[in-house]
Write a protein that binds this ligand. Sequence first.
Ligand code: KIV
Ligand code: ZN
Length: 522
Amino acid sequence: MAGDQVKIFDTTLRDGEQAPGCSMTLREKLRVAKALADLQVDIIEAGFPAASPGDFDAVQAIAEENRGPIICGLARCNPEDIQKVHDAVKGAEKHRIHVFVATSAIHREHKLKMAKEEIIRSAVGAVKMARELCDDVEFSPEDASRTELAYLADVVTAAIEAGATTVNIPDTVGYTVPAEFDRLFHYLCDKVPGIDDITLSVHCHDDLGMAVANSLAAVAAGARQIECTINGIGERAGNCSLEEVVMALKTRAEFFDLATGVDSTRLYPTSRLVSGITGMHVPRNKAIVGENAFAHEAGIHQHGMLQHHSTYEIMRPDDVGISRSNLVLGKHSGRHAFRDRVRELGFDLDEFEINRAFQEFKKLADMKKDMYDGDIEALIMNVDSASGGPWIMQSLHFESGTQEDASATIVLLDESGKAQTVAATASGPVEASFSALEQATGVSLELRNFELRSATAGDDAQGEATVTVEYQGQSYRGQGTSIDIVEAASRAYLEVINRILRRRERRGDPAPVASDINRASI
Ligand code: KIV
Ligand code: ZN
């Protein structure tokens, strides 16, 4: 039986969402927050309320809708940020204010232009103010791993004296290595008075691929909270991956003698949910949740596995929520079985959404003989992105060949249900349908990346398209799925267009005017 408990602090919705192309809508954030609560993480860092009104609203909604985990918001060391976090999280069952300020010489000189003492005063003031509003206050000295050790100990001592209940040590730029981080944690444990009375936390980035290793070194040296994200998403190379660090502690419990409260059987569904929503694919060979993580190809390995799974397997797929055969439902499956599977996959749909998804499931089951989890996930993502509107794709027709230009004709329905038919030609069918979508909606995008992959196994697998586009200097990512890859690409493109239009409407910007150039309305 494992000894101490390590708290899992998930920052997918804050540090993870900050990564380029990973931004989520309010609805998507609520879905991820619900999945994190089901996963039984201890703390959800729901966002940075001062960053924008949208961030504030998302943190507030997550705080009000989720029970179980502590809901936390991030603030710089200034009264406005701290007040905003408090206003956003106060509706939660349990809440936390997380304040941070950079402490390394590089940040002091080049970013903050503040002296050491000034930074300590700012940290102390912020922690004191946060403590007046909330009993649970976390303090982070940003870029701690590149901060002079003695000064870091002074900052941490001052934060604890001011009332911080958790002190987090970030390796902000992913620079440290396990042996060095071990020394840093031991140093703080030796030098900082009162450190045993607070929770010591670790927050690692993966620039040198050591975020998980460094986080484990920190807990071995006394940290009792790990900050991490699902699939390791986050700034640059990402953050410590939640599923990897949790499974390392669980699988090597006899070494670490530590436990987490995470329900590991929810890891795989949560990973799929986050990759589906963000469009950040999980590499096939990624530990724990990659497609190949439990696959055995080499004959000698397969032979060993047949004798006993422990020959080549240190974890069971079921431990992380992967069923060996995920062939789940067929065209004769009923609504109840479908709804149960959707729930198991981590989606929380209301009756209306289930009914729509079930109709789509029946249509797809008529075309496709085997239905896998990936098909159901893809189908729900499609229904979800289409339901946001304002445009819905009613039909797509295209013609192409090796010796001629391609043409695409698309019928879109607007919010009132009125159909608009637009045709375009281009050198290929994907380009032609993108051009038709731009003409119909009046939104013109710069395509930066286009990826296509198979959502599931088999000859009749659905194609999953991901587009990354730029619009007015901002990057957006969209996903679409279909048995037809041109349709999948068009759905992904339309998803982004819809998101841009919804955002404009929220901000009260004028509606775009569909361009007449090259438009062949039929
Ligand atoms: O990486 C970092 O330093 C952070 C802090 C705000 C905790 O994300
Ligand atoms: Zn970070």
